[in-house]
Structure formats: structure tokens, C-alpha cells
Design a protein around this ligand. Sequence first.
Ligand SMILES: [Ca+2]
Ligand SMILES: [Ca+2]
Length: 233
Amino acid sequence: MALARRRWNLAWHLAAFLAAALSLASQAATASTIDFDGSPAPCVFSDTTALRSLASAPGVHFEGPAELAGGAILDECSGFQVAPHSGDNFLAFNRGAMFEEERPRDAQTIRFDDPISSFSIWASGGETATQFQLTARGAGDSLLESVTIDVGELAWAQLAISSLAISSVVLQELGELGANNTFAYDTLTYTSTAEISIPEPGTAVLLGLAGAGLLFARTPSARRARSQGDNSC
Ligand SMILES: [Ca+2]
Ligand SMILES: [Ca+2]
């Protein structure tokens, strides 16, 4: 009887361990941050190109409204009238400026190789009060959620959205056309859902009970030993 009790105790400890391990797996899906500050950036658009990817975030892809268009990383020396939200750089736009063949204009799309469950980014119109829109899209570019936010002059405001399985987001400045050509985004965060596929807590207990079953299963040699013990009485 004492041996059986020890086995059950061991089984329940195994179940508790598995449940703890599985809950740790769910917490591994933590938020990532892109601050656009990984390396030095220029002061003017003509010295750079539209952002497409970052070595620090290989599963994240930046797209503009045309092949060579879109935001670019600039240093605060670019004269946007507002300091970066983080570090020295931000993702900058100026519909009146030029790259080699295109303009740093929106809408800005950001795609994720692994679906995400939340996204946020800070936005500023620099010297101009304006409005920004963030749209989350799912598989096949289906519309999931959309939010807008007002931002005062010389200020930053955060756009944030949560939804199941976001494949991409679209950022757009909504100010009156021509009234505000310069704006910037900074300090992007997102939460990957790639690691969130956790069995029900009951499953962990069942796994522990399965372990108990294994502990109770007697090997042939153990059965022989016991049988011999019985015969010797
Ligand atoms: Ca920054
Ligand atoms: Ca502006």
C-alpha cells in the first residue's frame, strides 16, 4: 500500500510539473519591440531608401504603396520638430520629399510571417496636429479591426490594436491632403501568437495520470519476481 501511495504521489507531482511547463510555454509568446534605433540613420531622405526589413526582426516586412515608396528610418537631425519617441531614429514620411525614383509616402503596410495578436506604434505629425489610422488584416488581407487616433502638434500618441491572427497592419495619416506632408512613427511593439497553442489544463492532468499508468505497469521481470515471492510463502 505504501508503494502504491508513493506512485500516486509521484504521478500527481508529474501532472503538476507538466501543467507548470505548459503554462510557461504560453508565457513564451512575449511582446517584441522595434525602435528603429539599431544602427545610425541619415538626416535626409535622399541619403536612404524605403524601409523593407530589419536584421533584428527577420519575420517582419515593410511595404509602401509602390515598389520603392514607403517610410524610411531617419535620425532626429531630419528636423521633424519632434524628438523621436525612442532613441535617435524614427520611421519618417514626407510626401513632398524624394528618394531616387519615389516618395516616402504612405499607406505603410507591415507584414508578419507568424500571425500576431497585438500591435502598437507611436505616431506624430511633428509640428502639425493630425489624425492617424491603424488597420489590422488577417489571412487573405481580410479586415479585422481599425482604429483612429488624434495627435496634437509636437506630440506623440499611441495606436494599438488586438485581434486573433493578425497577418499585417496598415498605417495611414488621415490629415487633409496637402495640409500635413511630414509625419513619423516610432517604438513599434507586437506579440507573436506562434507559440500560443496550449493544451487545456485538464490535458496536463491526463498526461500526468498517463505517467501514473506507466508507473503502475509492472514489467515482466517485476511480475516474475513478485510471483516467485508469492510462491515462496
Ligand atoms: Ca526610435
Ligand atoms: Ca507634419
